[in-house]
Design a protein around this ligand. Structure first.
Ligand code: ADP
Ligand code: ASP
Ligand code: MG
Length: 445
């Protein structure tokens, strides 16, 4: 069985939803189809939540009306029969009834916000399943809230998900298309929660891992993973093959095409991940597996923003063993992951992207170290490829490309696949463009 995930733009217009029905029903193989909310909906729901938090009930009500109108137009174009349209109408009326009911709850808490934002996927999957039913396809909708769960650290409970999903699938063995929601899940309190923005990719991979799928396909609006961020850099091109490690690094370090954690469950179960373009279904896209046939030295570049660099000096100066342990204990205590680290004999520089506990971290570090002023608004640029230790010349090419850009930190040598550079975010676009021109050969692209 395969798992196919369609993102917001892939389901964002009635004719797109119709084309993805053609895609998923083209061959008669069984699939689990994971859908995101229609493009723009999650943002609109979050904006409605902001109005409700600010107690602006009229503002929220207007925003809800505008979103409802959008869905009204959508279903009129999607369904072809009056019975289909009646079904679509029932779905949107029921869900918007729930959305409106949230306006009456005061105070509007995080719990309600999570319920509100989940409505995007709840709407899109019901509308899509009803459309397939209208077309006479063999389809069933299984609610993600019945099997997808996270623990107190917001980590998916993989074993429980696997078990519950299998139970959900047993009675549906005769159905060709099993539809479910991306993004949404339950937390340990049993409340509605989610896997963070862009989380539908992660859902698809968790499902693909749980059922040891033949393949996980992530369908989006671009022809695979590009060698650099196409929103910023002019001349980018799709990379046809990648290893799990390479894709995981790129996703973690900011390649928006994949949620940062997507690769983990797929890699754990060795399930290939294929990135495909809904607008151009015959394009090869990118395939991500345990190994690859091409051995390109430099594969791709990604960038992660909102990074804070913390500079820590040992007060005991030279030969102070145990210092690093004390430093990392502090980050562990505040459950704050460290991304980059560089050290000299007496100093350590680390970067974090979650600065929620920065003040407490700083306070605790100050008990045994001298701290310099942090640098906020930094960007990690991550260069991914095959940097075998005995090959020379890669570092010089990178630094040469960045000759006009001030570099705050460099991390090289921890893995054969990643070189990370920290720059002030003001220089990010220029740095990505310079690396693109300096590191890739455009001769045959
Ligand atoms: P979806 O709604 O289908 O999940 P996303 O917007 O989350 O789609 O991801 C696809 C977008 O990711 C592309 O349109 C592209 O602008 C952006 N993107 C950023 N970096 C990359 C990259 N390295 N390769 C491909 N796309 C990228
Ligand atoms: N709808 C959610 C979001 O916009 C999840 C997703 O699209 O992957 O973040
Ligand atoms: Mg996405």
């Amino acid at each position: 069985m395969q798992v196919w995930k369609f993102g917001g733009t892939s389901v964002g217009k009635p004719d797109r939803m119709q084309s993805i029905r053609n895609l998923v029903t083209a061959d008669k193989s069984r699939k689990i189809v994971v859908l995101s909310a229609l493009s723009g909906t999650t943002n609109s729901l979050l904006a409605i939540g902001e109005s409700l938090k600010a107690n602006d009930i009229d503002g929220a009500s207007q925003q809800i009306d505008t979103l409802y109108d959008h869905y009204q137009v959508f279903i009129k174009a999607l369904y072809k029969t009056s019975a289909g349209l009646a079904q679509g109408q029932e779905i949107i009326d029921k869900e918007f009834g729930f959305i409106r009911s949230l306006s009456g709850i005061s105070p509007f808490t995080l719990k309600q916000e999570k319920e509100l934002v989940a409505e995007g996927e709840i709407l899109s999957t019901q509308m899509f399943s009803a459309y397939l039913e209208e077309e006479g396809d063999s389809v069933v909708l299984i609610p993600a809230l019945d099997f997808m769960s996270i623990d107190a650290d917001n980590e998916p409970e993989f074993a429980a998900i696997e078990e519950k999903l299998k139970q959900q699938l047993i009675p549906q063995e005769d159905k060709l298309i099993v539809v479910t929601q991306g993004f949404i899940c339950r937390n340990p309190r049993g409340e509605v929660d989610n896997l963070k923005r862009g989380g539908s990719d992660y859902t698809a991979s968790l499902i693909g891992g749980a059922i040891s799928a033949e393949e996980i396909q992530i369908w989006t609006d671009i022809d695979g993973m590009h060698n650099n961020d196409p929103r910023i850099v002019k001349r980018t091109f799709p990379v046809r093959e990648m290893t799990f490690e390479e894709a995981a690094e790129l996703a973690y370090f900011g390649a928006k095409i994949l949620h940062p954690s997507t690769i983990t469950p797929a890699k754990m179960r060795g399930v290939p991940v294929r990135l495909k373009n809904t607008m151009e279904p015959s394009a090869p896209g990118t395939v991500i597996t345990a190994s690859q046939s091409t051995n390109a030295e430099i594969k791709a570049i990604a960038a992660k923003d909102n990074i804070t660099a913390i500079y820590i000096h040992s007060t005991r100066m030279l030969n102070a063993y145990g210092f690093l342990r004390k430093v990392f204990d502090v980050f562990e205590k505040f459950k704050t992951p460290v991304d980059m680290i560089t050290t000299s004999e007496v100093s350590v520089a680390v970067t974090i992207d979650n600065s929620e506990h920065l003040e407490s971290i700083t306070k605790m570090l100050s008990q045994f170290a001298d701290l310099e002023e942090h640098d906020r608004n930094q960007t990690i640029i991550c260069i991914v490829g095959n940097f075998l230790a005995d090959k020379s010349g890669i570092a010089i090419r990178i630094l040469e490309a960045l000759r006009n850009i001030p570099i705050r930190m460099i991390s090289y040598g921890a893995s054969e696949h990643n070189i990370s550079i920290l720059v002030d975010s003001r220089h990010k676009n220029e740095a990505l463009e310079a690396l693109n021109e300096g590191l890739f050969d455009f001769g045959n692209k």
